[in-house]
Design a protein around this ligand. Sequence first.
Ligand code: 6PG
Length: 239
Amino acid sequence: MTPKVHVLPTPDAIAAEGAVRIIETAARAIAALGRFSLVLSGGSTPKALYQQLTHLSKPFPWEKVHIYFGDERCVPPDHPESNYRMARQALLSAVPIPANQVYRMKGELEPHQAAAEYDGLLRGQFPQPKGADLTLLGMGDDGHTASLFPGTVALHETQSDCVANHVEKLNAWRLTMTAPFLNRSRAVLVLVAGAAKAQRLHEVLQGPSDPDRLPIQLIRPVSADLTFLVDKAAMEQNS
Ligand code: 6PG
């Protein structure tokens, strides 16, 4: 399955395009199922997209939206590094999503306990083969996505939907959705911006499959759309 790649001029244009795709996907999911499940990512490119979603020109049924997180740092929810905190500041505090429809990973707990709790939540809400309606991901310049980092144990997880993953180069634990769960999503949007990511993006899209080194290559949704929204700077090596 080959990912679709949509090139946009700037990171702001990625954010705008991402927002349009979220609105369209949500409208379809809500028409079909009465609800829309969206997995958020951390990172700077998604943050701009979240801000765009707070000033839509038309009314949006936020009360039918359910929010999940693809990964989390092992910190409390008010910590500057918390992905939940970023999403709350950029989006969740500004739109009327019911608080009990925002499912955060509990970075303040012991990592294995937090991961087991979130895994249980995902299993309850998304019994196989169900997955989220839409998943947003970023890509680090080392080829990681969510908190699936090169060479880490979580890359080989086949059973759990969410695990604790020790990342040696960060000397830290992370909580992350696993590739099997991410790949059950009905659609996946990967946001990649900036020249610093150009070389890695080229390897990911054009190079041989080497997911232990380039974990984002594990993302291959089973029956869905995988679209990369990338800016020109990140595409430099690819043209
Ligand atoms: C995290 C993320 C991570 C992120 C990439 C890209 O918590 O770090 O979820 O996977 O998406 O590192 O981040 P940028 O968009 O900031 O480059």
